[in-house]
Design a protein around this ligand. Structure first.
Ligand SMILES: Cc1ncc(COP(=O)(O)O)c(C=O)c1O
Length: 399
């Protein structure tokens, strides 16, 4: 029995089966490539759900992590550390935020925003206690905690986990009229993904977010954009909101904030919303720790200084062009923005997963989502010849 077979069997026997991974056991990564335990090389077109935008094991992030790990890793927020202020400063300069709250996972950033906007609603907007409503979109994905799955419309994510957290109003994604109609005097916020990633890279109609922004401003509703997947260069801009020509009141980032080294997330906001949180009202032992801050600082630095965002735009356009040139009667749609792309297959194709296995055999790792869609999101350091190679494998697989 090969080593990878042993490892898979052990995982299956001892681990909870809350994931259904492709059976490839990875042991090493560098740039856009990963290698399995048999030494086979793959081009990674998932990037750990866009957490590895900077490429696997980026040497400068690694160096920052190792250096900081040898100095100081965790103080808790009971004391201050000499990295957090620098991360605040650098994030504020990059994004124009006035207040920042560091957390660990993406879901924690979402939970933090929900708490903050509810409190803001009661204390600033004057919503009666316990009545705050947050508008969310159908087919959203914001994480896996109880409050978050309470407003999921995916039965797999939600069913069986009640009782659910109340206070959310669900409307269709991309429908500005439905958005307008859902606002009432108790609406404190809208929580939206700029592009719905897990739903299959769903891009809203142009002008949608402009109207949403106007409606939020007119009705004193906090616009929260979940950029945990779309942010930090993935779509060819630092934040996907830039494509829409708008600015959110609260922006959530995570994943690539550490380049995949370590869970780091953050809530970026204006002063009014995060200003409502007082000592003792929110926190996390690991949030804002010096190791996380040092890693995040390096991750942001290489993202901006090494031209990764510009490359995402250029290579994204080139990749999409290549995908659109594929002649196959099982392709229903090709869509994307920057290096956040999807190929949707016709239902008769029999599901995207089998094609992901064929791609794996050809040395390309991608993940199926929502039955018929193959999602493609390589690290932002991908080159033209690597895109050419990837398109060739996808073409041969779908032909
Ligand atoms: C848009 C979005 N929000 C939130 C999350 C949750 O992040 P995490 O898995 O780090 O909790 C994800 C993860 O895929 C995501 O894509």
């Amino acid at each position: 029995m090969s080593n990878s077979k042993n490892l898979i069997d052990t995982e299956q026997r001892l681990g909870a089966h809350n994931y259904k991974p492709l059976d490839v056991v990875l042991t090493r990564g560098e740039g856009v490539y990963v290698w399995d335990t048999d030494g086979k090389q793959y081009l990674d077109c998932l990037s750990a759900y866009s957490a590895v935008n900077q490429g696997h094991c980026h040497p400068k992030i690694l160096a920052a992590m190792v250096e900081q790990a040898g100095k100081l890793t965790l103080t808790s927020r009971a004391f201050r550390n000499d990295q957090l202020a620098h991360l605040y400063e650098e994030l504020a300069a990059l994004t124009g935020s006035h207040k920042i709250l560091p957390m660990n996972s993406g879901a924690e950033a979402v939970e933090t925003a929900i708490k903050a906007v509810r409190k803001w609603g009661y204390e600033v907007k004057g919503v009666p206690e316990g009545k705050a409503e947050i508008i969310v979109c159908a087919d959203n994905f914001h994480g896996r905690t109880l409050s978050i799955i309470s407003f999921s419309t995916d039965p797999d994510a939600r069913t069986g986990f009640g009782p659910y957290t109340p206070g959310f109003r669900t409307i269709p994604f991309g429908d500005a009229d439905a958005f307008a109609a859902s606002i009432n005097e108790n609406t404190v916020a809208a929580l939206i993904e700029p592009i719905q990633g897990e739903a299959g890279v769903i891009i809203p109609p142009s002008g949608y977010f402009k109207r949403v922004r106007e409606l939020c401003t007119e009705n004193k509703v906090t616009l929260i954009l979940d950029e945990i997947q779309t942010g930090l260069g993935r779509t060819g801009k630092l934040l996907a909101e830039e494509h829409e020509g708008i600015e959110a009141d609260v922006t959530l980032i995570g994943k690539a904030l550490s380049g995949g080294f370590y869970p780091v997330s953050a809530v970026l906001s204006n002063s009014e919303v995060l200003g409502v949180l007082k000592p003792g009202q929110h926190g996390s032992t690991f949030g804002g720790n010096p190791l996380a801050c040092a890693v995040a600082r390096a991750a942001l630095k290489v993202l901006t200084e090494e031209g990764m965002i510009e490359n995402a735009e250029k290579m994204g356009n080139y990749f999409l062009e290549g995908l659109r040139s594929i002649r196959s009667n099982i392709v229903k749609d090709v869509r994307g923005r920057g290096l956040m792309m999807a190929v949707e297959l016709v239902p008769e194709a029999g599901g995207a997963r089998q094609y992901c296995y064929t791609l794996k055999d050809r040395g390309l790792l991608a993940k199926d989502t929502h039955e018929n869609t193959i999602r493609l999101a390589p690290p932002l350091v991908i080159t033209k010849s690597q895109v050419d190679w990837a398109v060739e494998q996808i073409e041969k697989t779908l032909a």
